[in-house]
Design a binder for this molecule. Structure first.
Ligand code: COA
Length: 329
């Protein structure tokens, strides 16, 4: 096993107060609480208000991460945001979080890899630390998916929610703590399984687009599900092999929260009992790039992650993208 180059320290999160329950959705589309629960494991999700921009939510999550890391905002030299639902298309979301946070000494940019964005972001951060480019990197997963959700499409609107999670990455202080391995993979040929058909420069926003739903996130659910199970398992295997670890060495699996059945299939593949798997999809639904950093923050604050805990984080999403990171806390 290689010596860790970068470690994670400090975490934070922000979840909007407003809850959208399955019962609320029953009044909006032809669905039922039981169907949603049985097929996805989701009971409710959070919805941001007009004031709860990603810039505002990101500021709170980053402040918590910095406070728990004991790092001053002036010492942040990179702020990296993973998002698929930015407040605006230009500048990057990271620029707007940088401004609200007052991280004046940070270079800020976005990493776009849909639901895998946080895993991609951690890997970019590790590379920047190893090259000596940066010493304190805020990696933020931030999503306001309800803004790009089609509430006429029952197959997607039941899944998605809003939230932000953040962590700080810095040079590893000793030979044991930190990122032990990372694995990233993409198959752009499968992009149309999970994408937004319109709203970009090829099909600029239009009235028709809002009416026919092509402005919003669109997904081939059943196909995506199959790829998700396969890819999450592949990413776990590859990251574990690179770390030289086996399933028994992992104390906690933090999977992207897309569907409880996908999470259970991944745990089964890894031979991991469910009590070693963190699940909060029942409360937040799928928050894309934010799901893993939100879960990580909950695990740290609940004491499920302490010094020495070995964590496998794995994600899958639009692109298609997938990846995993093994971290010793
Ligand atoms: N309520 C009730 N019925 C619904 C429904 C809803 N919200 N959404 C779909 N259905 C219906 C379908 O119309 C279909 O009806 P039919 O058999 O009469 O045609 C039936 O339920 C089964 O649809 P299917 O799409 O096969 O369901 P599923 O078991 O695959 O579950 C998802 C649908 C979306 C929950 C599931 O495919 C999924 O989770 N996919 C992956 C999602 C994901 O991970 N996305 C993000 C990756 S980061």
């Amino acid at each position: 096993m290689k010596r860790p180059i970068a470690e994670l320290i400090g975490t934070g999160r922000y979840l909007p107060d407003k809850v959208l329950s399955n019962a609320d959705l029953e009044k909006m589309v032809d669905t039922s609480d039981q169907w949603i629960l049985d097929r996805t494991g989701i009971r409710e999700r959070r919805v941001a208000s007009a004031e709860e921009t990603l810039a505002c939510m990101g500021k709170v999550a980053c402040e918590q991460a910095l406070e728990s890391a004991g790092v001053d905002v002036a010492d942040v030299d990179v702020l990296l945001t993973a998002t698929a639902s930015p407040d605006r298309l230009l500048p990057s979301q990271a620029c707007d979080i940088q401004a609200t946070l007052g991280a004046v000494n940070a270079a800020a940019f976005d990493v776009i890899a849909a639901c895998s964005g946080f895993i991609y972001g951690l890997t970019v951060a590790e590379g920047m630390v190893s090259s000596g480019q940066a010493k304190n990197i805020l990696v933020v997963g931030a999503e306001r998916l309800t803004a790009i959700t089609n509430y006429k499409d029952r197959a997607t609107c039941i899944l998605l929610g809003d939230g932000v999670g953040a962590t700080l990455v810095r040079p590893a202080r000793n030979g044991t703590r930190g990122i032990l391995s990372s694995y990233l993979k993409t198959d752009g040929r499968l992009a149309n399984l999970l994408y937004r058909p319109g709203g970009g420069s090829v099909h600029p926003p239009s009235e028709e687009m809002l009416a026919d739903g092509s402005y919003f996130l669109t997904m081939a659910g059943r196909e995506t599900f199959k790829h998700a199970v396969r890819s999450m398992s592949d990413a776990c295997d590859q990251a574990m092999a690179r770390a030289g670890l086996s399933g028994d060495d992992i104390d906690l699996l933090i999977p992207h929260q897309a569907n409880l059945r996908i999470i259970e299939a991944t745990a089964k593949h890894m031979g991991m009992p469910l009590d070693k798997v963190y699940v909060n999809i029942d409360r937040y639904g799928n928050t894309s790039a934010a799901s893993i950093p939100i879960a990580l923050d909950e695990c740290v604050r609940e004491g499920r992650v302490t010094e020495g805990t070995t964590i496998l984080m794995v994600a899958f999403g639009g692109g298609l993208t997938w990846g995993a990171v093994v971290v010793r806390w």
